[in-house]
Design a protein around this ligand. Structure first.
Ligand code: ADP
Length: 399
């Protein structure tokens, strides 16, 4: 069964076509600069050469049509006809309080995605456009599945998801913690249990998704009970360019001092802060490590803050669950940076965490246990694969 996975941004559409029965990616790529001129489609067929097609893409419908044309192209295509696409899985940011699982798209699902525009103003409109573009271009009846970033976290209890604001704002505007990266946290926590040969029901797992955006989830018995991101992905640990948790009083303080509008303040918090803002060097952890090695103190400070804040979240989630059996690292930093994994676990010996430096050092991008045999808490690296997870959830629904 072939499943097309689509992740639409406001001016882009990333895609992967999976042959799910054989666990193969047949082709993947990215349509960029949709609707803003100089648009191009990068298309990578499995085993073939990457092709760049420069052509005007005034909207997402044209972009989806170009992606499908590339997939069936007689010269470099990977399928004979679009009829061979059994279903499309769409990454959708926000389902608000409405869905805790992936769903087959119908009018009601589209209404929910639209209703959540205020909660995901940059992503949800683009995600819906992507769904409607596929509906209009693919053969009628091809199922579209929405896989939500927020869904996995819907099992959190109110004491974890409520903010101590006047209750009316929860009632009026649905202001609460939702959490993100849910597809990754679900996939990685499930895969961790499989990898360890355990039943997820018997495990208290802390998943640490450390990438450009970073978030943690406390997964007790297979269900998310807390997560570090909030109403938006700005909350939790400091990130590439996002502040993470700060004293909320800082926001009006800086706005008053600098005369910033709400939008300007939002940009400062989301795009100019985090390890980029602290170091002044880069949001990329490879650049930070290099600068720190060369003696740049602010780059080192940014790395230290990231490790320290991560450790505090791990400790708080262990407390929230009344213990922890497994800590698992994933995403760009979690999978590739041995020093950050070690730094985040440092001083957690009191919890029963003992990293095996020999195994951890140099380990990149593969499944492994990086704790000592004597460690009470098992520490793992499990690479995430959000696209594959979306394809698997889509397949499960349409079968
Ligand atoms: P995104 O949230 O955009 O999916 P990623 O999961 O790709 O982000 O993570 C990006 C971060 O991971 C960057 O800070 C980058 O430095 C780091 N990273 C990615 N690959 C490597 C690598 N091979 N070695 C060290 N760090 C890496």
């Amino acid at each position: 069964m072939n499943i097309l996975v689509i992740n639409c941004g406001s001016s882009s559409a990333k895609f992967q076509l999976f042959d799910i029965d054989n666990g193969k990616v047949l082709a993947k790529g990215n349509a960029e600069r949709i609707g803003i001129g100089n648009s191009k489609l990068t298309y990578n067929p499995d085993g073939g050469k990457a092709i760049v097609i420069e052509q005007d893409m005034p909207d997402h419908k044209v972009a989806v049509k170009m992606i499908l044309d590339a997939l069936v192209n007689p010269e470099y295509g990977v399928i004979a006809s679009v009829d061979e696409i059994a279903a499309v899985g769409h990454r959708v940011l926000h389902a608000g309080k409405y869905y805790s699982e992936s769903v087959i798209v119908n009018d009601d699902v589209k209404r929910v995605i639209r209703e959540c525009f205020p909660l995901g103003p940059l992503h949800n409109p683009a995600n819906l456009i992507g769904i409607e573009a596929c509906e209009s271009v693919l053969p009628a009846g091809t199922p579209q599945v929405a896989v939500f970033d927020t869904a996995f976290h819907q099992t959190m209890p109110p004491k974890a998801f409520m903010y101590a604001l006047p209750y009316e704002y929860y009632e009026k505007y649905d202001i609460r913690r939702y959490g993100f990266h849910g597809t990754s946290h679900r996939y990685v926590s499930k895969r961790t249990a499989e990898f360890l040969g355990k039943d997820p029901k018997d495990l208290k797992i802390i998943t640490c998704h450390l990438g450009n955006g970073s978030s943690f989830a406390a997964v007790d018995g297979g269900k998310c009970v807390d997560t570090s991101m909030g109403l938006t992905p700005l909350a939790g640990i400091c990130m590439g360019t996002r502040t993470g948790d700060i004293d909320p009083a800082i926001v009006p303080f800086i706005m008053n001092k600098e005369g910033l509008t709400p939008d300007e303040m939002d940009t400062l918090l989301n795009k100019k802060s985090g390890v980029m803002g602290i170091s002044g060097v880069s949001s990329d952890f490879r650049d930070l490590a290099k600068a720190a090695n060369e003696g740049n103190e602010r780059a080192q400070l940014a790395l230290d803050m990231f490790a320290y804040q991560g450790k505090k979240i791990i400790g708080s989630f262990a407390a929230a669950m009344g213990g922890v059996d497994v800590i698992v690292f994933t995403a760009g930093i979690g999978e590739n940076t041995d020093t950050m994994r070690a730094a985040m676990c440092k001083d957690l010996e009191f919890l029963g965490v003992e990293i095996d430096d020999e195994i951890n050092t140099g380990l990149r991008g593969k499944e492994a246990i990086i704790s000592k045999a004597s460690s009470k808490v098992t520490v793992c690296v499990i690479p995430t694969n959000e696209e594959l997870a979306i394809a698997q959830e889509t397949e499960a629904l349409v079968r």
